[in-house]
Write a new protein. Structure first.
Length: 368
């Protein structure tokens, strides 16, 4: 409405000049009509056919890594007399006056994991006097999945030192030194399964045979998967920062243990662990799911089962004691990884701002 108002004011001056024979008013009157009409026409022609082309990088990026974005602006029939490109990811406007075309390269860093929807860029075209303005909105809705970063496993209290070949020596020693004893495992029953021909009679569950006439045998802990199991507990985290530390620690431990022969990870909401092989088979899927983890209930005890190998419980909460579900699990080494070390418990390692503490397991012997 400003160009129209200026042009009407100029027309009014010309009418006054014609009515009262004031020739001196013709000059400002005609000038104001020309300024108002010219500004509106120039801005309209510059905006007609103008476009914003934004080319993003890959669909995924690691936290704090550079993510490239190229933005190209093209004017319409005329170059814009004034204006700017407003790119939400850039943080400040870019002048585009008197240019038919402008290219901008942006390197963005995402500080936190999760799904990011990129807002569209805007091209604001106006005249120098700010009488007329048009806005061109580019395409938006592009999504980028920010993955949690993987950090090294370091010695406790090392402040990042000790990474590399020997950085996870404490974790390795804790896992290797607390494997489930074979003699004890033979007495720990995990459940029943159909009878297999050739099984020792001592393992047949005779009460079931007597009640139902069905041959079942005991399944023992020693037969379970001995690969380390990472359990991600997202209940009661110490804010977003605590949850993010737990997710990064789980991702880092998963990659580290996969390089040592493989591991399994139980993600929130799952009933069965996901296996990650020696060559990181299955890791890309796990990494993408970790990026979307939110706070929720603790893993139910029914999904944990028994493990012959180590169980590493990763949480974002500041615990004062080991989780009850972990204490009750028949497993080899039992390790709690939290932003703060458990009081009175020996620390084994540090990873992603968390400390891993070894929890001595209580052996339970079940009579055959």
């Amino acid at each position: 409405m400003r160009p129209l108002g200026v042009a009407l004011f100029g027309l009014a001056l010309c009418l006054v000049a014609a009515t009262f024979d004031g020739e001196s008013l013709y000059v400002p009157g005609v000038a104001l009509m020309a300024i108002g009409g010219g500004a509106a026409a120039w801005v309209a022609l510059a905006a007609s056919g103008a476009s914003i082309d934004r080319r993003t990088g890959p669909h995924t990026v690691i936290e704090e890594e550079l993510y490239p974005i190229d933005v190209e602006v093209r004017a319409g029939a005329l170059p814009p007399p004034a204006g700017e490109l407003v790119e939400p990811l850039l943080g400040w406007p870019v002048a585009i006056a008197w240019r038919w075309q402008r290219r901008v390269r942006i390197n963005v860093r995402f500080a936190r994991r999760g799904r990011r929807v990129l807002e569209p860029a805007r091209l604001v075209i106006r005249d120098p006097l700010r009488l007329s303005a048009r806005e061109v909105v580019g395409s938006g809705g592009q999504e980028v999945l920010v993955l949690p970063r993987v950090e090294p496993v370091t010695a406790p209290g090392g402040g990042g030192a000790g990474a590399g070949v020997h950085g996870g020596a404490g974790l390795d020693a804790g896992i290797a030194g607390r494997q489930l004893d074979a003699s004890l495992a033979e007495l720990e029953i995990d459940g029943l399964r159909p009878y297999r021909e050739g099984t020792s009679a001592s393992r047949i569950h005779w009460p079931t045979v007597a009640r139902r006439g069905e041959m079942l045998e005991r399944r023992l802990v020693a037969e379970l998967d001995s690969a380390p199991l990472i359990v991600l507990d997202t209940s009661a985290p110490g804010g977003e920062d605590g949850l993010d530390k737990a997710v990064r620690a789980a991702a880092s431990l998963c990659v580290y243990l996969a390089g040592k022969g493989g591991c399994a990870i139980l993600l929130p909401g799952d009933r069965r662990p996901v296996e990650v092989g020696h060559e990181l088979a299955g890791w890309s899927t796990v990494h993408a799911r970790l990026a979307l983890v939110e706070s929720g209930p603790a893993p139910p005890a029914s999904t944990l089962g028994s493990r012959g190998g180590a169980v590493i419980w990763v949480t974002g909460a500041n615990l004062t004691s080991a989780p009850r579900a972990l204490e009750r699990m028949p497993a080899g080494a039992r390790i709690v990884v939290a932003p703060r070390a458990l009081p009175g418990v020996r620390a084994l390692f540090e990873v992603a701002g968390c400390t891993g503490s070894l929890v001595e397991r209580v052996r339970r012997v079940v009579a055959a």
